[in-house]
Design a binder for this molecule. Sequence first.
Ligand code: ATP
Ligand code: MG
Length: 241
Amino acid sequence: MLNMHRSEPNILITGTPGVGKSMMSSMLSQRTGLEWLDVSKIAIENECLEEYDEEYQCSVLDERKLLNSMKGPMSEGGKIVDYHSADFFPERWIDIVFVLRTDNTILYDRLKDRGYCGRKLEDNIDCEIFQIILEEAREYYREEIVHELTNNTPDQMMDNVNRVCQWLEQWKIDNQQTYAPDRAILISESFPVARSPLRITNEFRDSWIPSCSKFPLAFSTRETSNNVKRHLGTLHHGDQA
Ligand SMILES: Nc1ncnc2c1ncn2[C@@H]1O[C@H](COP(=O)(O)OP(=O)(O)OP(=O)(O)O)[C@@H](O)[C@H]1O
Ligand SMILES: [Mg+2]
């Protein structure tokens, strides 16, 4: 189905602390060009951190303030966010969710190496054993957009990154959107009468999909690709259909 809101998808990488969310997000961002939003950095920059929790040795987050700070960038699309909770971001922001999973013993060592101990270490290991984040993701998001990825070894990390890249390519095909910096074109199955792109007036397009006025031209998928290419070749920014 055509995504009316975003030219590129937003990806959520979630899982228990230490499963490799940040590492994977960074690799994905480099491979795909999607922007990785560093939630911790955004929280600090926008003063979203409240008092310090001594037991868990971390600051308490002003969640509402953080979400407000992220609303703008997320609505643009093309973002990778990683977060240790799967029910934090509004569902409409997210196109796909990857839940990273790591074997308990491996996770234990990773967290110990980071200096975690006591209650903080135990709670995080329990969280992974009882697959809390996976269950949370399956309850909060549509089940078909939630994918579990095992992430114990560097090889598995590479496989996971490749898998997300494949998904991204397929998303672009499924959503059938072609973007160029100064020529935005919407190709849709939804236009009922579009035999020729020149017959789609701005008025018609705006009444059919009000949010689409940013698209200078609209084609139905019944248009031949040659037709689309011809218009791509001749259209310039600001041209009207
Ligand atoms: N597939 C992997 N193979 C080997 N080491 C890994 C793998 N994934 C992550 N690591 C290592 O595990 C540690 C934790 O990774 P990372 O910081 O990405 O986790 P995280 O999920 O972002 O944690 P947090 O929620 O606390 O931010 C890092 O030292 C990283 O190098
Ligand atoms: Mg991280």
